[in-house]
Write a protein that binds this ligand. Structure first.
Ligand SMILES: *Cc1c(COP(=O)(O)O)cnc(C)c1O
Length: 357
């Protein structure tokens, strides 16, 4: 693809393709959104009349109150928090700020498919050490000259969780480089690496309100790390967009992050549903990759993954199919409400039963 008006490199870009956002009343299990409404405190903040009035002004460029509230949740200070327009933006600024070096950036062969896109955008070379056959991560593959390391924990789209001792080993393998841990799904049963920040100047933890806080539409993500890393991100942000977090997002996110009771409750419900679905799919002879996320990666037996994807779609159930090496026989299924998951399980039983019958 090319166009005489485009900068020459633009034609070479292969942009990220997000999961479909269909209209209509599908059971939507394809983009790992939270099936429950956000904290009532967030909704209250949204309805506040003063918020509408504040739209006349530019927002606080530093999101001071929000950064302070986030810092307090983790026992950090506000200078150790950087907020962005979704964690995708925080990731983009991290790639630009830390990974533009002569050596390759390291991330797993099966992971968030936005990483190679940022590499292309910022001309970053990368290498993808393969996960083991069971999709677990072998930390020793991350030694040697590198621009840095990035990985989601739990990983996406596998759902597999890497224990903190392993993250510490990784941090020690690359003491001179940033190791970024993308914790988009950490609230669904994993332990955050945040408590390693004090001892590791190279650790950057990236999180989002999109999944566990049920605020994907608000676009709020953040990074936590020692002050010198946060300063790096601020330099990039202030060379790009002074006001990435609008007034609405600042206020609603503030209320959301302060409601830790809601978070604990809502995550526990998602986890309980996940465990039930794992057991039921295993009963239907799926091979299910162990997950600590709000989705599971599962391989059906007796039917190809792509066929099952299509059959589910015909029944108005949308899951994610990746036509990619190593995972093309799996489906990634987001955890919805109990009712939605019952519909999914019934449909799978019916489709597989009719094939075997
Ligand atoms: C969903 C997701 C993100 C993006 O989250 P936003 O904050 O909505 O931009 C980042 N990393 C991973 C691994 C994700 O799955």
């Amino acid at each position: 693809m090319s166009n005489p008006f485009w900068s020459p490199e633009l034609a070479q870009l292969e942009p990220y393709v997000p999961g479909e956002q269909p209209r209509g009343r599908l059971i939507k299990l394809n983009t790992n959104e939270n099936p429950y409404p956000p904290s009532p405190r967030a909704l209250e903040a949204l309805a506040d009349k003063q918020l509408a009035e504040a739209l006349r002004r530019y927002p606080d460029p530093e999101s001071t109150e929000l950064c302070t509230a986030i810092a307090r949740q983790y026992g950090l200070d506000s200078g150790q928090v950087f907020v962005g327009n979704g964690s995708d933006e925080v990731l983009a600024h991290s790639f630009y700020s830390f990974f533009r070096r002569p050596e390759p950036l390291l991330f797993p062969d099966i992971t968030y498919s936005f990483y190679p896109v940022y590499c292309q955008l910022y001309s970053i070379d990368y290498r993808m050490p393969p996960l083991r056959d069971d999709f677990s991560l072998a930390v020793e593959n991350y030694a040697g000259p590198a621009a840095g390391v990035i990985l989601p924990n739990p990983n996406a789209p596998t759902g597999r969780y890497l224990p903190l001792e392993e993250i510490e080993r990784l941090l020690r393998l690359q003491p001179q480089r940033v190791v970024a841990i993308d914790e988009a799904y950490i609230d669904f049963g994993g332990e955050s690496a945040v408590r390693l920040i004090g001892d590791h100047p190279n650790l950057l933890v990236i999180r989002t309100l999109s999944k566990s806080h049920a605020l994907a539409g608000l676009r709020l993500g953040y990074a936590l790390g020692q002050r010198h890393l946060i300063e790096g991100l601020e330099r990039t942000k202030n060379s790009f967009n002074s006001y990435p977090i609008d007034s609405v997002a600042q206020r609603v996110a503030l209320a959301a992050v302060q409601d830790s009771a809601w978070l604990a409750d809502s995550s526990a419900r998602v986890i309980a549903t996940r465990e039930r679905v794992v057991a039921a799919l295993t009963g239907l002879e799926f091979e299910v990759v162990p997950s600590k996320a709000n989705f599971i990666l599962a391989r059906p037996r007796g039917i190809g993954a792509e066929d099952l994807y299509r059959e589910l779609r015909r029944r108005d159930i949308l899951v994610r199919y990746f036509n990619k090496p190593r995972i093309s026989e799996y489906l990634r299924i987001s955890i919805g409400t109990d009712g939605e998951m019952d519909a999914l399980l019934a449909a799978c039983a019916e489709i597989i039963g009719s094939r075997n019958g």
